[in-house]
Design a protein around this ligand. Structure first.
Ligand SMILES: [Mg+2]
Length: 176
């Protein structure tokens, strides 16, 4: 099925904290293009929680840059990113790849050293895949219970199951 190419991440991990500088460095990742909402924080956190700050500092110390690419509006994204000093792109319209590609170019990143981190297969994973980068997906921290979000989960479910049964070989190290 054609969608599988876009909807299967390289890895699924329980939280963003399970994405470690050592594993990324070993896999040649130098740039993380990260979603914000439900990946790093809930919609109720206007500013980065302490564990996010610590995680980003640890990445920076390892020479890995974190760049926010969010579908949310500029106000939310800039307020979250400002205390961290990370580049941030709002209204990215993932799964479209225009903003993600611009973020890569402006960061000096290429496909092979880039990672997309997000919580949604239909937006985050698809955008990362289309941009040719590796993808790690975490479960949403706190899901919205609107009908729209529940419908998206229902569409994603077979892909999550498929991944759980049969993860791609090599995990993050698999050459693409
Ligand atoms: Mg999200």
């Amino acid at each position: 099925m054609i969608l599988e190419r876009w909807l299967l991440p390289d890895r699924m991990v329980p939280t963003f904290r399970d994405v470690t500088p050592d594993a990324l460095r070993e896999a040649g990742i130098r740039f993380i293009f990260s979603d914000i909402d439900n990946t790093l924080a809930t919609y109720d956190d206007p500013e980065p929680p302490e564990d996010v700050t610590r995680w980003i500092r640890a990445m920076e110390e390892a020479g890995i840059r974190v760049i926010f690419v969010s579908n949310n509006d500029r106000g939310r994204v800039e307020r979250f990113a400002a205390p961290l000093g990370c580049p941030a792109y709002a209204k990215a319209r993932k799964p479209l790849v225009g903003t993600l590609r611009r973020a890569m170019t402006e960061a000096g990143a290429v496909r092979g050293d880039s990672l997309l981190l997000g919580d949604q297969l239909l937006t985050d994973c698809a955008a990362g895949r289309r941009a040719g980068m590796r993808v790690i997906i975490v479960p949403p921290i706190k899901d919205k219970t609107t009908l729209f979000f529940r419908a998206k989960r229902w569409i994603e479910r077979p892909y999550v199951r498929k991944f759980t049964r049969n993860p791609p070989e090599g995990g993050l190290h698999g050459a693409r």
